[in-house]
Write a protein that binds this ligand. Sequence first.
Ligand SMILES: NC(=O)c1ccc[n+]([C@@H]2O[C@H](COP(=O)([O-])OP(=O)(O)OC[C@H]3O[C@@H](n4cnc5c(N)ncnc54)[C@H](OP(=O)(O)O)[C@@H]3O)[C@@H](O)[C@H]2O)c1
Length: 338
Amino acid sequence: MPTSRNLENRRVVLAARPLGIPQADHFALETTSVPELGDGQILVRNRYLSVDPAMRGWVNAVANYAPPVPVGDVMRSFAAGEVIASTSDLFTPGDLVSGMFGWQRYAVVEAATARAVSDRDLPLSTALGVLGVNGVTAYWGLLGVGHPKAGDTVVVSTAAGAVGSVVGQIARLKGCHVVGIAGGAAKVRQCLDVFGFDAALDYKAGDFSVALDAACPQGVDLYFDNTSGAISDAVVSRLALRARVVICGTASVAAWEPWPVGPRVERHLLVKRARIEGFLLFDWMDRYDEAVRDLAAWVRGGQLQYREHVLRGFEQAPDAIAMLYRGENQGKLLIEID
Ligand SMILES: NC(=O)c1ccc[n+]([C@@H]2O[C@H](COP(=O)([O-])OP(=O)(O)OC[C@H]3O[C@@H](n4cnc5c(N)ncnc54)[C@H](OP(=O)(O)O)[C@@H]3O)[C@@H](O)[C@H]2O)c1
């Protein structure tokens, strides 16, 4: 039986439950021992920890698709690393894996919950971003729910981010006219120069509404909504006939208590016979590999560009989610702990 005894585990735990966006003082670093492996388990040495906007929802005590992380527990997160011990037939030491391993150095998990990283010619970090949750969300949210058609005007918010940048590039590959919305001039330039969008708009600039009209003269056929809030209010009022709106994220909403209110959208939907549908990656897990296969081929072929923003060391973790909500990340936000 492989043993994990004598291994020292560094981990980041939830120290206090936040209201809204978790800040650095809601987390604490601690050192513990690593539990022994039970049957069918693997011991993973994490190399990259993921930082995702959804983690805000995982620590707040509001209704969500998963129960909140208990105070004192290791912070729930995706991570990628190497199997160093296994009591399962599924993996052997040396395999690279990704999964819900948490913000910690070592994770003991059920082998069946881990995903093999098979694209070993590409950096392991991509298994958390462009070939991981973000890329697969972009792929199925756009193609499975949004159904883009060549010639459509597709608008995407958080356009320079991990999900948004992939959404826009896939839409371009499908022959759409792509308009990205991002915060600040540098991200707008990145959307145009790196990701090749047709237009990119700074929602923080005073002329946003005018710029949106100019970029979408025929209206918006497909809106991939990562923000909710004022950005989405502006886009939904410009929908084209039979438009589709994919609700993927709510990055602009700081807290759900009190419940935010905004303009009513029903009239726009009725007049334009438009459709709004929520997307959750967990509903598409059985088609995860299909997406990764196409995404990896596009990355290798140079049709899909990605950017990563890598923080180094556990000490960076407590402030990392707040950093996302301050818009300070330039690409997929990761913590490297090697
Ligand atoms: N439904 C699903 O299954 C699923 C899965 C994965 C991700 N998502 C969602 O996809 C979205 C993007 O996630 P990601 O991982 O790719 O993150 P990301 O876009 O790389 O980073 C988050 C970005 O949100 C933007 N943001 C923060 N506060 C904002 C505000 N008040 N108003 C407008 N934008 C704001 C910032 O970009 P700017 O600097 O441009 O403002 C920030 O860089 C998130 O909403 C996330 O929850 C959903």
